[in-house]
Design a protein around this ligand. Sequence first.
Ligand SMILES: [Zn+2]
Length: 380
Amino acid sequence: MPIPTELVGSLPRPAKLQDAYQAYDDGKITYEELQAEQDEAAADSIKRLEATGQPVVTDGEQRESSFATYPITDTLAGTGLADNLAADGQYFAIFDDGHHRQLPRLTGGPFRYKTYAAEFVRKNTAIASHPVKQAVIAPSMLMLLHPLEGEIPGYSREEFLSDLCDEVEKDIRQCFDAGAVRVSIDFTEGRLANKNDSRNPWTGKDMLQEFIDLNNRVIDRFSPEERRNIGIHTCPGGDCDSVHSKDVPYEKLLSKMFQLNAGYFLIQCASEEDKEAVYKLCGQYSREDADGVAQVCFMGVINPLSPAVETPEQVKQDLVTAARHIPVDRLGATDDCGFSPFSRDLKPKHGSPDFARDIAMQKISARLEGARLASEELGV
Ligand SMILES: [Zn+2]
């Protein structure tokens, strides 16, 4: 079988759509008008992805406030925030360029999603001619909605985690029921968990094992057959062309991440200084048998934070090198991250989100062609 390729999920939102989000926050347009803009950008994403030959497509997350907050708020500014949440939660991350992203704060129970990702899958399968995938958020990210210290009166931390696991399971199952062929779980907080950034207290609490155990509480509810198509995405962040945890030694994460009983992993690698060290770690720690499923390592061969377009030859070379350390039947190709995980992202290194959208398509084409060349060279 040729080396499979998959995108993480997001694409830059066109400037016109980002303006519509702002206009909605400002009360200048209705939710229906915002949705019309989202639908138009989503249809354009699907059409352009299909034109590249991408076998499984997404809507580029054009309808989502962000990869992390789509279940609980309509916009990043907090318009349409779900019940029992306030706007002033913990920082999720402080990025290298100094900007930060903040989460809402849980104020009581019960915790419920207001939007399930299946809503997007239903719209996308109706208009796509290729199969559709969907990215969902990990329970380990949303557990950070709970204040780091203490308990919420009348709603224990364990009650919250139990509700959270139920919601994430429902989110994944409904995506499959709506026709998604793959569901990947965004786990960008994994590497960040060893950051020890004093400005962001949760990153100093050694939470990685807790994250993994919590995520497995959900993943283990699925059969091996289902888990073959449930993935995990890891990266050092990818927002406004900046990162949050690339300075954290990768081995701290990779030595533990494959404990997750997922069937495949979308692993940032193209932007690493020593890519071969990452292939080695993935070869060493990924499992042939993760409770009934072989773990496939989709290695990042495209850097969405840089406007420089990789060549198919570069991609091929990376994959051929990776195949020296990872069994080729458990090797895939992906991008290091979504191309714009947050709805408001001006893509500063690219100059504009519209240009970044064009570049993303060229990069995806290079990934597809590079994977084809590598498959040919490796005889698979
Ligand atoms: Zn990412």
